[in-house]
Design a protein around this ligand. Structure first.
Ligand code: SF4
Ligand code: SF4
Length: 472
């Protein structure tokens, strides 16, 4: 620091903790997603100077100056003209090679989940399956459009992708071949409802290293309330248990679990987590349902209950971490990993920026949830990716919340939220932008507090795991 420069604090947020002394307050840097624990003295100095628009060091008492120096070293105190980083120019989608392609291999499903955003798996119109020749082309397209990337990701998706084994098999074999030819690697993942593990499917899964994500919503009463078979309307819990048993018998690697909860179920989130985690899933992610209709919109009370439930799971995560155990709560792990390496989000997600979905007719969409939505169609496999269209859609998505996000303390961990959720809330349901923000910030505060405890008390191995996870 120099005496001829005026300094100012960058945007930050303080979180009080129950700990005394050196661990009393958490200081979160809003631009860098940096996190420090500060003692009472630093807290007091910060309180004295944080609102000054331009601090003249010559007027700062010696004792305060030492603390300000430490905050400067932590990049929280900067020359006043750098207090707010300049707005980043939007990314040019044409300069970002394709890295992940979601194959809507079966726009059909044998289930009719009450909350399905894909209208029973078809994404509008009649149920249909992707032709294996198209899925093969799509897989090659992914590899050939991946520029300098060393790894590409193919996601087998639906509807229920296992309704179309020929197409997904063709895609996987082609992706593996094309990647080998170009000295790249391919990661394949699949999201399935877990009811279709036939002998042919199990043989396919044994032959290819595919990461599975299985949809299961907790104990039978909760699961069966929403996840039912088409036709009979019967719950699918038992069928999934049978599928899991098949997987255990035939595959070495456990699947991950994807839980979706509707607002009236949110009060049972900790119980759901325990139930699913006890089945031995690699990880368990709990998603609050997308409000595909007004009935799915939560009340503030329901949001509060879900945050309380997530806070309970996070507290248990931290307790276990201290004794070297890992609670496989993927919602939390995702954020902890980013906090651990200081990974800043400057876009909400990869949709349109290296990540696209392709439907059963070969049309590209910004993301898998937007398949069938003409507004988010961005080219097709015959004519290529419409990069200008992607840029327009992303600009449109960002515009209503740009100002609020630029002032929000959580921006480096959130960056705007899911485009699909924002679209349905704002365009389909006519809600004001920002309706999810208090919930998002509440959740991120839970993560920040959990991370501070984990960093302070957890085993080095867990921190090393977080670092690896952040690198993907
Ligand atoms: S919480 Fe809301 S305002 Fe804050 S970054 Fe996320 S979307 Fe933007
Ligand atoms: S728009 Fe939403 S669902 Fe789609 S990739 Fe982004 S975060 Fe995921």
């Amino acid at each position: 620091m120099t005496h001829d420069t005026r300094y100012a604090f960058r945007d930050h947020r303080l979180f009080e903790t129950p700990h005394a002394g050196a661990e009393g307050t958490l200081l979160f840097g809003a631009d860098d997603a940096s996190l420090f624990t500060i003692d009472d003295m630093t807290r007091a100095v910060l309180a004295r100077w944080r609102d000054e628009p331009a601090i003249d060091l010559a007027s700062v008492p010696e004792a305060d100056r030492e603390v300000l120096q430490a905050l400067h070293d932590a990049r929280l105190l900067v020359p006043a003209e750098h207090q707010r980083p300049p707005a980043r120019a939007p990314y040019d989608p044409a300069r970002i090679p394709l890295g992940t392609l979601v194959l809507e291999a079966a726009q059909a499903c044998n289930l009719r989940c009450t909350y399905c955003y894909a209208g029973g798996g078809s994404y509008g119109g009649a149920a249909r399956l992707m032709d294996p020749e198209l899925s093969r082309r799509a897989a090659r397209y992914l590899v050939e459009s991946s520029g300098e990337r060393e790894n590409v990701t193919l996601v087998l998706f639906g509807g229920e992708p296992l309704l179309n084994l020929p197409a997904i098999e063709a895609a996987v074999v082609e992706a593996e071949t094309a990647a080998r030819e170009r000295g790249k690697t391919v990661t394949v993942s699949m999201t399935t409802n877990g009811t279709r593990f036939t002998p042919e499917v199990l043989a396919f899964l044994r032959a290819h290293p595919i990461s599975l994500s299985l949809s299961i919503d907790g104990p039978p009463d909760l699961h069966d309330a929403n996840r039912r078979f088409a036709g009979s309307g019967a719950g699918t819990y038992e069928a999934i248990m049978a599928g899991l048993a098949e997987l255990r018998e035939h595959l070495q690697r456990p699947p991950a679990a994807r839980v979706t909860l509707t607002p009236e179920q949110w009060q049972r989130a900790p119980e759901v987590f325990d139930h699913v985690a006890a089945m031995g899933f690699l990880e368990v992610g709990i998603a609050p349902v997308s409000p595909v209709n007004a009935k799915m919109l939560p009340t503030p009370e329901q949001e509060r209950t879900l945050l309380e439930g997530f806070a309970q799971i996070a507290a248990r995560f931290a307790q276990k971490a201290v004794v070297g155990e890992l609670l496989p709560f993927s919602n939390l792990l995702d954020v902890l990993a980013r906090l651990h390496v200081g990974q800043v989000k400057d876009v909400a997600c990869g949709a349109g920026l290296g990540y696209l979905a392709i439907d059963s007719e070969g049309r590209f969409y910004l993301c898998h949830r937007m398949a069938g939505m003409d507004h988010f169609r961005v080219g097709d496999i015959d004519h290529g990716i419409d990069h200008a269209g992607i840029a327009e859609r992303l600009a449109e998505q960002a515009a209503p919340r740009q100002d609020a996000c630029s002032r929000c303390w959580a921006r480096s961990l959130c960056a705007g939220g899911c485009h699909h959720d924002n679209h349905i809330r704002e365009k389909d349901l006519g809600l004001q932008p920002g309706g999810m923000c208090d919930f998002i910030r509440g959740w991120l505060e839970i993560c920040i507090r959990a991370y501070a405890q984990v960093r302070r008390e957890a085993d080095e191995r867990l921190l090393a795991f977080l670092a690896r996870r952040a690198q993907g």
